[in-house]
Design a protein around this ligand. Structure first.
Ligand code: Y39
Ligand code: FE
Ligand code: FE
Ligand code: FE
Length: 230
């Protein structure tokens, strides 16, 4: 779906824009911080990929710094408390899986679900961003595709042994993503990011990822339907 909102109407300095940005910018900053921590946590389960995961983790720290600069550029103070509560359910599920050594669940949450969410959000944001944030976000989204790819490649190589855990983790975590999207829809709209476009881009990325890993179209349809009514 095309971005329908007219970005030429946006006033990046209006109170309404800055208020919505204080939450969306915080979500992105907190998300990048948690992504940094999540890739570091994964090194303990995948020691043979320690260098790769450390590199991904450092990229996430750079992303965080970039988005902090975007907030400063608009003189917006990010509402980090809101952002922590926004991510809490996914964060808790990741932590719980990590404490049980469930690497497949950790990869599904971070490298598939969160990366696809990030790619969708950044793709939809780029055409309606201010010039400063657009340049930063264009650089970041390229990295996010490589993070998604890391998860896809590992899960594809370990598909048979991972399939049941992936389906279970999808069932528990996909509904949370729809709730998160609903929570952020009004603020996203103020930034000229349409909820329908976010949902569509997420579904395309996530469906393609599941397909690359080895799921059939039938599996993907079934798995994608979880929590759509959330
Ligand atoms: O891997 C990453 O860098 C992901 C952590 C970043 C998450 C970004 C979450 C974006 C949601 C924004 C919602 C705006 C509508
Ligand atoms: Fe990132
Ligand atoms: Fe934490
Ligand atoms: Fe990432």
């Amino acid at each position: 779906m095309q971005q329908l909102a007219d970005s030429s109407e946006l006033d990046f300095q209006s109170d309404a824009y800055k208020d919505a940005y204080s939450r969306i910018n915080a979500i992105v900053i907190e998300g990048e911080q948690e992504a940094h921590e999540n890739y570091l946590a994964l090194t303990q389960f995948l020691p043979e990929y320690k260098d790769d995961l450390t590199r991904l983790s450092k990229m996430e720290s750079r992303h965080k710094k970039g988005f902090e600069a975007c907030g400063r550029n608009l003189q917006v103070t990010p509402d980090l408390e809101f952002a922590k509560s926004f991510f809490a359910p996914l964060h808790q599920n990741f932590q719980e899986a990590a404490s049980q050594g469930k690497v497949v669940t950790c990869l599904l949450i971070q490298s598939l679900i969160i990366e696809c969410f990030a790619i969708a959000a950044y793709n939809i944001y780029i055409p309606v961003a201010d010039d400063f944030a657009r340049k930063i976000t264009e650089g970041v989204v390229k990295d996010e595709y490589t993070h998604l790819n890391f998860g896809e490649v590992w899960l594809k190589e370990n598909f048979a042994a991972s399939k049941a855990e992936l389906e279970e983790a999808n069932r528990h975590n996909l509904p949370i993503v729809w709730k998160m999207l609903n929570q952020v829809a009004d603020d996203a709209q103020v930034l000229a990011m349409e909820k329908e476009a976010l949902v569509e881009d997420f579904m395309i990325q996530y469906g393609e990822a599941l397909s690359n890993i080895g799921f059939t179209t039938r599996d993907i349809m079934r798995m994608s339907a979880y929590g759509l009514t959330a």
